[in-house]
Design a protein around this ligand. Structure first.
Ligand code: CTP
Ligand code: MG
Length: 231
């Protein structure tokens, strides 16, 4: 059943989904690959649409799949679909252009994090509403991290207590995200907070979720299948 958005909702969510999924191996664009029988993008959008504060969703689709993605998402939520770009930054910028003026809080959420729970989306939006201009969900780094040379020599061990692994959704005051993308080079940063940092804006961390894992390689897809099928 299609989720209808609440008129009082104040959050727009951008879902970049135009990547090829090279690291997942040959096949369809990653966002359209099946996870327990449904495309990753459907899982991601369904969870976002469940959030009462979300009033708009804009998806950046692979440019040759815009019609397919519209059809795919029509039964899930009233989503706007735009053609994505050649880099993630360009895809986010294209979707940001299509966000209606009324939304002052904008979240950016990778389709590749298909199982990010609605509670995480709400927590990020709440932190922006509470006054933080930029908010990212993070987890502690569990592995020992070493700096290594191009010739595989260990240069040193990094203090992991000061490191965090960063997820999406990332949340922003709209004007901050617009300014960050206006100043960005197309190949800049692997996340939106990275662009915002370059403007000198403070970025606030909130606790992430293991379910918001990024599906990058075939192993991640297998883990996500297990997570979903174990309830
Ligand atoms: N993305 C996008 N437009 C691009 C590149 C990436 O919208 N030109 C999106 C992807 O669809 C994904 C998110 O950005 O939801 C994070 O990117 P990543 O996990 O790297 O996905 P892909 O780029 O598809 O994967 P790969 O790098 O393995 O090709
Ligand atoms: Mg990529």
């Amino acid at each position: 059943m299609t989720t209808q958005f609440d008129r009082r909702a104040d959050v727009a969510v951008i879902v970049p989904a135009a990547g090829a999924g090279v690291r997942l191996g040959p096949g369809a664009p990653k966002a359209l690959r099946p996870l327990c029988g449904e495309p990753l993008l459907v899982h991601a959008v369904r969870r976002v649409a469940e959030c009462p504060a979300v009033g708009a969703i804009v998806v950046a689709a692979p440019p040759d799949q815009v019609a397919t993605v519209r059809e795919l998402l029509a039964p899930v939520a009233p989503v706007t679909v735009v053609p994505g770009g050649t880099t993630r930054q360009r895809s986010v910028a294209a979707a940001l252009d299509a966000v209606a003026d009324e939304f002052d809080i904008v979240l950016v959420h990778d389709a590749a994090r298909a199982l990010a729970p609605p509670a995480l989306v709400m927590a990020v939006a709440d932190a922006v509403r509470a006054g933080h201009d930029a908010v990212i969900p993070v987890l502690p780094v569990v592995d020992t991290i070493k700096e290594v040379s191009a010739t595989a020599e260990v240069l040193g061990t990094v203090d992991r207590t000061v490191l965090r692994a960063v997820q999406t959704p990332q949340g922003f005051r709209r004007a901050v995200l617009v300014a960050a993308h206006a100043a960005a080079a197309a190949d800049d940063a692997s996340d939106d907070a990275g662009l915002v940092e370059k403007l000198g804006v403070r970025v606030r961390c909130v606790p992430g979720s293991e379910h918001a894992m990024k599906i990058t390689r075939p192993f991640d897809l297998a883990v996500a299948e297990l997570l979903l099928s174990s309830g």
